[in-house]
Write a protein that binds this ligand. Structure first.
Ligand code: SF4
Length: 911
């Protein structure tokens, strides 16, 4: 019997409501919840593809479904009962605490966990064990925003709301590619601008992203120069009379110091530091300063930095000086990366935070938490933050490391150190839904957890809105809920450590949430007026929502009172400090990392759907065309990308949106998808472990690298349609071959069907037996295989044709024919008429062949060539976007491709 369940998208911090249709055993489809105030029915390409990732034939290949224990360090894990798994976990933790003290245990958890999960883990670490060694992958995401808010406004609370986007005159997007990272919110911005074309959008971003390309003014600042930019804008606002003196006098403190601090940030000086025209700086400051309402939207470009806190504070200084806060359409509004980074912050689930925004350094506030939890005290010293935790582990100071719902062997910077740490720790517990992540390989104990569409609880989105997460499916296999596992092990540890006062006997997630709610009474995020029942009846609500309130507070600080001792917001001087690892003669490029449109984080979920690879099919390094030309690099050439920590081999792609001297690699490409001989490290083998001194957030977006052509003349590419129920297993199997080649990568492709692509390169031809072994995994073996061999040149082409259509193709040696052969396979073209061309040594495509290019609209499967042809046929003056939407329907479903379509329309108009 089909039914519908209202829940929340599990990806970004926009927090879209999703309606899941289900027969109780599987997800039949998803659509946006029209009543959810975050998205009003919209979903982006990731959200609208959620049902694909939840299909049983996908899940059965990648899920961890039973607890498993490794007996010997290098041995395989064997399934064990939950009872035994809990006993082992509790025993190892209790033993470590007794032998080495509580700080020998550490928890590394996740902004993807629900608030209830976070709460129990936090209570476990700080209350039961007495260690603050609990940190989260939110440290890689939002901790600079937390520190910036606390320094200036007194509390970790984004003051604005989504509705402000429609009310702003000027929207200043800094260090955020909203079109990719927060697409549904970006749709709201597009709608606001369409309704009020006079709205100004300023984007500060080193890259010309889709977001930047649509801005009224793009400031392509040099990496890491944001503080100089914001100080320079403040300087101009003060000197040009845009300061709101009445607001400054009534509601702030420290203004004299900030005025002195920005005195030297003259336009010429700032323009030189940031590498932008002085006139553009002036324009940005004037628009911002003179706006009736100016709203800043910002994300990882500010946060993932060794001066992330200063960047956040400098931007907030600008808002305070111009009075752009606490009123409709205005405010510094951090966009949270993960679905529940906010909830984690609310429960204090990080090494330097305490429950309900309490201060670890305050004895009274610690005592309140200890009393709530039934313990004598909670530790006062902050614990190890993410990078510090793995450094301590590598030094042997962590005996038990419990990792939940995150993949540090993909996502942490300086992967060599992370791998050393995971190997050094005596006992690694990995609590995961997906058995396919790189981190699971290090698990001594694997605890299977539930995931999206199976969990119950709450999350909080970027605008402080708490939404219910509901289960549409039963728990698969022996998987258990994250809070449930943590509580179960905590009870066993409490018994071993003889601490009966602290309780973990929660019957359900609501009872956990109610305890968290009690901890917020009287705090800035007071939610004592909320309940699961109210959330059920009235939908998602913003905090604060104290007892007796009729609604949550949409916007903070409208009364000009801030949660500081004086009630005034604080100006914080922010000196400009260059990036931790600037480019130099040896490492002349600045490597930036960021998101793709259709993938999420380490891709453990999104990459189970071949459709997610339609927009960007394979890992690559993006480089300015000028830089490529100067180095003699052509599109698709393999290059060594080398930082001070590691080398990665990748194809290079021209990106006109890159400034010279800068390169970009998507953050998603971990060792699961691209590797080669030597340690499999992925993109974060290259990144820098330098951290911000206040937020402890690492500088993931700036590493100095060199880029040299990789001379690997022997190429190998195999691609085939495969049984979708086996595709991910095949992909997992192919990973074991990565180390046999200098470069190797493996991804999926397809729309109605599922294809697997394996690609490799080396400086010499691989042994024929190895090639045959891999081909056989794709079914390319036996008498039906069509073959062409040129043993003298080392070239080979083998393929399977069924009913006139290509089923599988392997190219070894020379792979130049790959593009057209792959398109023939993907489009299901009848290849019978091609006869000998299929197997000729020529790389020439058949006559009349037209490359489709990449798929731009992944919902409708519309590719570049179709879009170009449609635009070429447009009448003079015709609205190109409307034509594309009318003729091809691209951009009419989720809308995520609309910015790219607009860019193509603009480019076509210039031809
Ligand atoms: Fe999910 Fe997309 Fe909404 Fe983010 S914008 S919550 S990824 S549907």
């Amino acid at each position: 019997m089909a039914s519908e369940v209202r829940t929340t998208c599990c990806y970004c911090g926009v927090g879209c409501g999703v309606i899941v249709s289900t027969d109780g055993q599987q997800v039949l489809g998803v659509r946006g919840d029209p009543d959810h105030p975050a998205n009003f029915g919209r979903l982006c390409s990731k959200g609208s593809n959620l049902h694909q990732t939840a299909r049983p034939l996908v899940q059965q290949q990648v899920r961890a479904l039973a607890p498993a224990l490794r007996v010997l360090r290098q041995g395989v894990r064997a399934p064990v009962s939950w009872e035994y798994a809990v006993e082992v976990a509790a025993g190892r933790i209790a033993n470590a605490v007794q032998a080495y003290g509580p700080d020998s245990v550490a928890f590394y958890i996740s902004g993807q966990l629900l608030t209830e999960d976070y709460y129990v883990f936090n209570k476990f670490a700080k209350g039961l064990l007495g260690t603050n060694n609990i940190d989260s992958n939110s440290r890689l995401c939002m901790s600079s925003a937390v520190a910036g808010y606390k320094q200036t406004l007194g509390a970790d609370a984004p003051p604005a709301c989504y509705e402000d986007i429609a009310l702003a005159d000027v929207v200043f997007i800094a260090g955020a590619n909203m079109a990719y990272a927060h697409p549904v919110l970006y749709r709201r911005l597009e709608a606001a601008r369409a309704a009020r074309p006079e709205m100004k959008i300023i984007v500060a971003d080193p890259r010309r992203t889709d977001t930047a390309a649509e801005a009224t003014l793009h400031l392509p600042i040099l990496p890491g120069t944001d503080v100089a930019l914001f100080n320079g804008m403040l300087h101009l606002c003060l000197w040009e009379g845009f300061a709101d003196q009445a607001f400054i006098a009534a509601h702030t403190e420290g203004f004299d110091a900030i005025r002195d601090a920005v005195r030297d940030f003259t336009p010429a000086h700032v323009a030189a530091i940031c590498g932008i025209p002085e006139a553009d700086l002036l324009q940005a400051a004037r628009w911002f300063g003179s706006a009736r309402a100016a709203l800043s939207l910002y994300c990882q470009g500010l946060n993932q930095s060794s001066s992330g806190t200063a960047k956040n504070a400098a931007l907030i200084n600008l808002h305070l000086a111009t009075g752009q806060i606490g009123k409709p359409g205005a405010g510094p509004f951090s966009l949270t990366g993960q679905p529940n980074a906010m909830g984690g912050r609310e429960v204090g689930g990080m090494a330097n935070l305490l429950s309900a925004h309490r201060d670890l350094a305050d004895p009274q506030q610690r005592a309140e938490v200890a009393a709530l939890w039934g313990v004598d005290a909670v530790p006062a010293e902050r614990g190890l933050t993410a990078v510090e935790m793995f450094e301590a582990a590598a030094e042997g100071r962590i005996k038990v490391l419990w990792i939940a719902c995150t993949n540090p062997a993909q996502s942490m910077p300086d992967q060599k150190l992370v791998r050393a740490a995971l190997e050094k720790v005596d006992f690694v517990i990995v609590q995961e839904a997906f058995a396919s992540t790189a981190t699971v390989a290090y698990a001594d104990l694997l605890l299977p957890a539930t995931t999206w569409a199976e969990k119950e609880g709450t999350v909080t989105n970027s605008e402080r809105r708490i939404t219910r997460v509901r289960a549409a499916l039963p728990k698969p296999g022996q998987a258990r809920h994250d809070w449930e596992i943590a509580a179960q092990v905590a009870r066993a540890v409490a018994a071993k450590l003889e601490k009966p006062g602290i309780r973990f006997d929660y019957p359900d997630p609501e009872s956990v949430w109610n305890e968290h709610r009690a901890s917020t009474r009287g705090r800035d995020l007071d939610i004592t007026g909320l309940s699961y029942a109210l959330l059920e009846q009235q939908g998602a609500q913003q905090w604060p929502y104290p007892e007796g309130a009729q609604a949550g507070r949409q916007r903070l600080y409208e009364d000009g009172v801030f949660p500081t001792p004086s009630g005034r917001a604080r100006f914080v001087p922010t000196p400009y400090v260059p990036v931790a690892e600037p480019a130099d003669a040896r490492y002349p490029f600045q490597l930036n990392t960021g998101r793709l449109r259709d993938q999420w984080h380490g891709m453990s979920r999104t990459a189970t759907s071949p459709q997610a690879f339609a927009h960007v099919a394979e890992p690559s390094l993006q480089m300015a065309p000028d830089d490529m030309a100067r180095r003699g690099l052509a599109e698709g050439d393999l290059v060594h990308v080398t930082s001070r920590r590691a080398t990665l081999i990748l194809p290079v792609r021209a990106d006109p949106g890159q400034r010279r001297g800068q390169v970009f690699m998507p953050m998603h490409w971990g060792p699961e998808y691209v590797s080669g001989r030597g340690p499999a490290l992925g993109v974060n083998g290259l990144t820098v472990p330098a951290i911000d001194p206040k937020s402890f957030q690492p500088e993931l977006k700036n590493a100095a690298v060199k880029v040299l052509k990789a001379e690997l003349p022997w190429r190998f590419a195999v691609f085939a349609w495969v049984d979708e129920a086996q595709a991910l297993r095949l992909q997992a199997r192919l990973r074991s071959y990565y180390g046999r080649f200098a470069f190797a990568a493996c991804t999926l492709f397809g729309r109605e069907r599922c294809g697997v692509l394996f690609r490799a390169a080396d400086d010499y031809a691989a042994a024929p037996a190895l090639v045959s072994e891999i081909e056989a995994l794709f079914g390319i073996e036996g008498a039906l295989v069509l073959r062409y061999e040129d043993t003298r040149r080392g070239n080979a082409r083998r393929m399977l044709v069924r009913d006139g259509q290509l089923q599988a193709v392997a190219l070894a040696g020379d792979t130049a024919a790959e593009q057209w052969l792959r398109q023939l396979l993907e489009t299901g073209a009848d290849v019978r008429s091609l006869g000998r061309l299929l197997l000729s040594p020529s790389a020439t495509a058949p006559q009349g062949f037209k490359a489709r290019g990449k798929v731009v609209c992944s919902c409708l499967g519309v590719a570049e060539a179709e879009i170009a042809a449609c635009l070429a046929a447009a009448a003079p003056g015709e609205d190109g976007l409307a034509r594309l939407q009318g003729e091809l329907k691209c951009g009419t479903s989720c809308g995520s491709c609309v910015p790219e379509l607009k860019r193509m329309v603009a480019a076509a108009a210039q031809v």
